[in-house]
Design a protein around this ligand. Sequence first.
Ligand code: ADP
Length: 163
Amino acid sequence: MIRALFPGSFDPPTNGHMNIVRRAAGIFDAVSVVIAANPNKHYTFSAEERYRMMEELVSDVPNVDVHLWDRLIVEFAERADAKVMIRGVRALDDFEYEFELSMLNKGLNPRVETILMPTDPQYFVLRSSAIKELARLGGDISTMVPEPVAIAIARKIREGAHT
Ligand code: ADP
């Protein structure tokens, strides 16, 4: 059985993230979405909120599970016996960053292979930070994020949260 990890911040999950999750679930036996809970990083959505959103969004995909993790992703891979780590790439600057990250992770644990998956073209411009900014300025984000996420972003903005 081959388990793949899909690690990230998911602050919040976008249609681009969900596209990668679903495509990975069609290729691998099992996919674990691993949500970073880095205490030194500022997130718009708390770890719990990001976890609950992702759980809801993958509830119809039987071979996907969701986890919160606050340590090295390769440690999670070791524990979960995952051989593969998926990362999504949009543009060339993503590739540069992801390529370096894969080298770093390979150095930490050579048993885990990173696989870079190019985004499907309609998700090319989707980025959590830009979507939050667009929503804050009153733009329509309904085609960019799943509905529960759009509702959650609107609530954060009403509450005056720093997005
Ligand atoms: P991180 O802080 O780890 O980069 P993100 O939540 O920003 O976390 O992204 C998680 C993964 O999803 C990364 O591999 C990122 O490149 C990928 N990703 C983000 N948006 C998209 C998108 N629109 N299409 C494909 N992959 C994406």
